[in-house]
Design a protein around this ligand. Sequence first.
Ligand SMILES: Nc1ncnc2c1ncn2[C@@H]1O[C@H](COP(=O)(O)OP(=O)(O)OP(=O)(O)O)[C@@H](O)[C@H]1O
Ligand SMILES: [Mg+2]
Length: 452
Amino acid sequence: MPNTNLRKEMSPPPGKAPKEIFNRLYGSPYWLVVIITIAVFATECLVMVLLPLFPNLPARAAVLLDSTILILFILPCLNFFLFRPLVLHITERKRAEDALQREHNRIRDILDAMQDGVCIVNQEHEIEYANSALEREFGPVEGRKCHEYLHGSTEPCPCCRYDEVSAGKSVHWERHFRKTGRTYDLCDTPLYKADGTVAKLQIFRDVTERKKAEEELRQSRERLRNLSAHLQAVREEERTAIAREIHDELGQMLATLQLDVSLVAGGLREDQAPLADKVGSMARLIEGTVRTVQRISSELRPVMLDDLGLAAAMEWQAKEFEKKSGIPCEIAISLKGEIFGREVSTAVFRIFQEALTNVLRHAVATRVEASLMEKRGRLELAIRDDGRGISREQLNDPLSLGLVGMRERVAILGGRIKISGSERKGTVVVVRIPVAQQEESHDRHEEDTDRR
Ligand SMILES: Nc1ncnc2c1ncn2[C@@H]1O[C@H](COP(=O)(O)OP(=O)(O)OP(=O)(O)O)[C@@H](O)[C@H]1O
Ligand SMILES: [Mg+2]
């Protein structure tokens, strides 16, 4: 509470030094005696000056004059010492009350100007105060208890958190109110009163629009994620189909061609050497084409991923990487039998491929270590390199589409991915995908990345 102003209101205004002198005078009865003595002395001096001026004055009249002058002098002193402090005390008190009232009004004005609803509820569930915003939303309180006022129920709400608040805890929660059809973010705080009881200060922040926007955003993300999953699945199916077509059809044709060429070569006479050379180079060309077809087909989608499983495909990929880059790639695989669906195998394999491509393109590494294991119903893939390490900026760059793709693949499967990098230790990518309850799990987890 802004008590500073209240204190300002109560402090004596500048330039009122006489009041301080009075206060000092009132502080000690000694001054009363001194001033009365001076007053008596001054009176007697005055009487002694006045009496010779009236030589024929009777003695009784002289005594009367003496006592009248004495009373006239002493009375103001008595008034000054006995009544003035009382008057000052009352004035001071009045000023303090006015200041308090002004402060009270100011606080009420602030609360009334707030966009959020505010109320104070005591332990009997009575509403001691409700600000204008709350009354605008829920109507006038009219002496109703909080459950009657807010929910129209005769009994206190089962979810009432007054007990926690009275135990000194501040609670933050969210609730939909049927009466207004809106959702509020509630903050309940203990309010310690002068009589020792604890009231509940409740703040209502209307979060309906925010909730709606959040829900729309969630749905939109869900739709995009589903679309992305669908596109990836379609792409993978197309790749598989093309790879098979190339492998089977083209491979078949090339094998037949190879056989025919070798038959032709076998049927040539010795005097047909130039023709034999030509047929030989054709055979070599066909052999090269067969290898190219196999490579293209494997790059599109390794046959072994579907035929031999994830472990075999990853080992093959690690060897291919070594061949292509000259960087040693160690891979440790520990799986309790391959029971993963095509979706999981494809995602893990593609993430592994992308991580290795990144090492080759960006890491300047001298070695790579990878592991794939199944632990407590989760499939864990880790790829470590000893290169220059990915930076936080690169991690958070929305244009890092390779990383975005990895995150999306993991999120679709309800898993988590952690990518971290340091200049001295290189880059680590760790992916965890739940595989035990893969079918039921539709939970979406946020990706978790950091740079150590
Ligand atoms: N292993 C790594 N070591 C060091 N830097 C890396 C590593 N992996 C990724 N990066 C950095 O992170 C950036 C983003 O990687 P990302 O895979 O998203 O994109 P990219 O490889 O550049 O392109 P693409 O979309 O073809 O994958 C890279 O440009 C690179 O600078
Ligand atoms: Mg990349």
